[in-house]
Design a binder for this molecule. Structure first.
Ligand code: SF4
Ligand code: FES
Length: 249
């Protein structure tokens, strides 16, 4: 099949960027989207040109490394899927496809489709962990947790930190990502001890990194490849409010 690609090319953060056209006939509908880009890049390398920079690692939807805008949609047209899980059969023969990096002040461009998502790491460093001593591994049934609660916690833990929620949001808010981490830990007994400091520190780090506030647009939930629900943001707000009351802030 033939694909008419327009790709954002930008050599670095302070360099000017532009969309560059690459057309290719060498595409099979069975290829993954990233395999199609690999083919385009092999052609560029053979011609002595700079290959398109994009992130990927696991290529099976679990690591959160990949991600860019495809025709304006984070991760492309298939709901609940990452770029690396997308296949060329989702596009018609002769389609025009525009690729751009995540656009957010807190995600500065490194090169082409690659952005710096270390702001997410710093939000996790602010409180997305448990530092209490929980002893050795327990028998599976020795800490009883209600089934609904544990399922909510595990669904929140499914966030892969890809950043699509930020890219989709008109406020460039990372509220869905931050709330997934806060929800995951606040629902489990191991996370209870540091519950208040975690909510305060992670929300304040989120704001300090330059992400915007949530205004309930729901774009984040619509594009999240792990379908993290927006109700987690309501939980995060309650956790933060509770912590400020308890701390008298
Ligand atoms: S909440 Fe969803 S879109 Fe946002 S970082 Fe996590 S997996 Fe990606
Ligand atoms: S490369 Fe790991 S989720 Fe896409």
């Amino acid at each position: 099949m033939r694909i008419n690609l327009y790709v954002w090319r930008q050599a670095g953060r302070d360099k000017p960027g532009r969309l560059v056209n690459y057309s290719t006939d060498d595409v099979s509908s069975d290829m993954s989207f990233l395999e199609m880009l690999d083919v385009v890049n092999e052609g560029l390398i053979v011609k002595g040109e700079d290959p398109i920079a994009f992130d990927s690692d696991c290529r099976e939807g679990i690591c959160g490394t990949c991600g860019f805008l495809i025709n304006g949609l984070p991760h492309g047209p298939v709901r609940g899927s990452t770029v690396c899980q997308l296949h060329m059969r989702s596009f018609r023969d002769g389609a025009t496809v525009v690729l751009e990096p995540w656009r957010a002040k807190a995600f500065p461009i490194i090169k082409d489709l690659v952005v710096d998502r270390s702001a997410f790491d710093r939000i996790i460093q602010a409180g997305g962990y448990t530092s209490i001593n929980v002893g050795g591994a327990q028998d599976a049934n020795s800490i009883l947790i209600a089934k609904d609660t544990v399922e909510q916690a595990m669904d929140s833990a499914a966030c892969i930190g890809c950043g699509a929620c930020v890219a989709a949001c008109k406020n460039a808010s990372a509220a869905l990502f931050t709330s997934a981490k806060i929800t995951h830990l606040s629902l489990l007994p191991q996370g209870e001890v540091e519950r208040d400091t975690r909510a305060l520190r992670m929300v304040e780090r989120h704001d300090a990194e330059g992400f915007g506030s949530c205004s309930n647009e729901g774009e984040c939930e619509a594009v999240c490849p792990k379908e993290i629900p927006i109700r987690n943001i309501a939980r995060m707000n309650r956790e933060y409010f509770r912590a400020t009351l308890l701390r008298g802030r």
